[in-house]
Ligand binder design. Structure first.
Ligand code: B12
Length: 488
């Protein structure tokens, strides 16, 4: 069969496609686990945001696929739905499968969409083997009802097979990087690629969708497999590697040996971006040193919030002291920090939001990854917020990306939340704080920032706001963000 796999073009304003265009690891992995007699191509549509539909039409007409697979997070699902309709209009014989987080969480709702379903198959959970078995069923070499994790249309209704047990990672083949339709994967002007070293997380954060995909489990790939994957990514031009692991410090000892292996295998010429927990990094000062030696340049640090009340509400426990220690250990090793921050908790007032931005500023957090709490489908946090009557947008998932306010607090409306996030982000983050190029040697940059740049940007903000109210500038910015994913 001829298969085309697409990841979605939607991005969240914080991750501008100008500086961050990552390949989607899911479709690369699906392709890597298909039987060799199939032909497959990969299209990461984030590379085609400016001419989306013509790019899809050309790819379909040039390649003539029998099957198209779409990968979507919740905030990208609307786009996946419209693209599926567009493809069916192009050629109704093409079969369409959808997979990823939204499909896994909302497959029953998708199967009963009121205005008809442009998808023929829904892949729930890990799709590496499920998709390969689906192609076998189409070719008549596998029984439909035997494919765990598959939902398929039969006589006009969707049949939902039992959920798929988690895969043995030893049996998952390397992702394919040789069949990408387009070029342009980049982070701050250098080649970017994605690698996973593990799957799952055992932590209990109730705002996270992970445990609906993997339960509270943690499986790891062998160091040998990871080194082969790094060599492959390097072969296809990667200079930056973002590890897709949600929390690479779940097993600190293992991560430390992975850092040592990267040096031993000579892959410390790459620059790494990882996601880690504060308690993981704070567990030993040697870890940050090993990470720096391996080439880790940026850490997405799950700080989340600095109020004990809100940390408790997220099942994160009081990690503030560990957070401060983790920040010190990383900065002592010249590692840049993207601080994960979640605001808009039920008791939050303006001062609670200000407190987090103030902490980030005092701790010299390099990039602000602030998000407004989002009631992602089927998460514990969603149930709590709905029961409290605090969800203001319960069904338009296209706004479920941490940028938009879909909730209110007992003291702040969602409009207030949207405005305050913008106001404090603008107040604290300066240009140089968001441009990694200038951060190569951030000690010097810090000095420049405090002495010259902050006053300069305060001046620039002031000049650009002359004659305009803060609200005017805010409305203009929000309008720009609301239009950035309008492709149809
Ligand atoms: C890496 C990552 C990022 C990276 C890079 C993403 C990118 N490509 O640009 C960064 C940090 C930029 C990021 C940002 C965001 N992320 Co993110 N991210 C992840 C993470 C950690 C790994 C994704 C990954 O590659 N996994 C490895 C692959 C192999 O697994 P997979 O994607 O799940 O795919 C498997 C199955 O889902 C399925 N499958 C998936 N697609 C398809 C398609 C087909 C056809 C088939 C058959 C099967 C299939 O099969 C695959 C193989 O088993 C996940 C959590 C996780 N560990 O999965 C969160 C996650 C996907 N992100 C999430 C979110 C919300 C976001 C943001 C919106 C929020 C934010 N503000 O940070 C932004 C949006 C970014 C954007 N596009 O603009 C949520 C999604 C929740 C939801 N309900 O949609 C997750 C689940 C995190 C969470 N804790 O809840 N993210």
């Amino acid at each position: 069969m001829k298969v085309l796999l697409f990841s979605m073009p939607d991005v969240v304003p914080q991750f501008s496609a100008r500086t961050w265009r990552a390949p989607n690891l899911a479709i690369s992995s699906i392709a890597g686990n298909m039987l060799p007699h199939h032909q497959v191509k990969l299209g990461d549509l984030v590379l085609k945001r400016n001419n989306l539909l013509p790019s899809i039409q050309n790819a379909v007409e040039d390649f003539q696929p029998d099957m198209i697979g779409l990968s979507a997070m919740s905030f990208q699902f609307n786009t996946a739905h419209k693209i599926a309709r567009f493809i069916k209009d192009l050629n109704n014989n093409i079969k369409i499968a959808v997979g990823g987080y939204h499909a896994t969480l909302m497959y029953e709702e998708i199967a009963s969409l009121p205005d008809g379903v442009p998808f023929d198959y829904i892949i729930r959970g890990e799709g590496d083997k499920t998709f390969s078995e689906l192609l076998c069923a189409i070719e008549g070499t596998k029984k439909w009802e035997e494919i765990a994790g598959l939902s398929y249309m039969h006589d006009g209704v969707f049949m939902h097979n039992p959920p798929r047990p988690l895969e043995d990672l030893e049996t998952i083949q390397l992702p394919r990087r040789d069949i990408r339709l387009w070029k342009g994967y980049t982070f701050s002007g250098k080649g970017l690629d994605m690698i996973e070293t593990s799957r799952g997380c055992t932590m209990t954060c109730n705002f996270c969708s992970m445990n609906r995909m993997y339960g509270r489990t943690f499986r790891t790939y062998s160091i040998e497999r990871i080194m082969r994957d790094l060599a492959n990514a390097k072969k296809y031009g990667a200079k930056y590697i973002a590890f897709a692991d949600d929390n690479i410090t779940l097993n600190v000892k293992r991560f430390a040996s992975l850092c040592d292996a990267i040096v031993e295998f000579g892959h410390n010429d790459l620059r790494y971006i990882v996601q880690a927990s504060t308690s993981g990094i704070a567990s030993s000062p040697d870890l940050a040193e090993k990470m720096a030696r391996a080439g880790v340049q940026i850490v997405f640090l799950g700080i989340e919030n600095v109020s004990e009340r809100n940390l408790k509400a997220m099942n994160k426990g009081n990690v503030i002291d560990k957070t401060k220690k983790a920040i010190d250990y990383l900065h002592q090793n010249n590692i840049l920090i993207v601080g994960g921050m979640i605001i808009g908790h039920k008791e939050d007032r303006e001062e609670d939001i200000a407190q987090n931005f103030d902490f980030f500023d005092k701790e010299n957090i390099d990039f602000y990854g602030e998000q407004i709490i989002t009631p992602y489908p089927k998460t514990g946090m969603r149930d709590i917020l709905i029961n409290e009557g605090l969800v203001t947008n319960s069904s338009d998932y296209s706004r479920y990306n941490g940028f938009w306010a879909n909730v209110k607090t007992k003291c702040l409306s969602s409009e207030d939340l949207q405005f305050l996030r913008w106001k404090y982000k603008r107040k604290y983050s300066t240009f140089f704080k968001t441009t990694p190029v200038f951060k190569a040697n951030f000690r010097m940059v810090n000095l420049i920032r405090v002495l010259f740049l902050r006053p300069y940007y305060r001046m620039k903000n002031f000049i650009s706001s002359i004659g305009k109210t803060e609200r005017d500038i805010f409305e203009r910015e929000i309008k720009r963000c609301a239009e950035m994913n309008n492709f149809f």
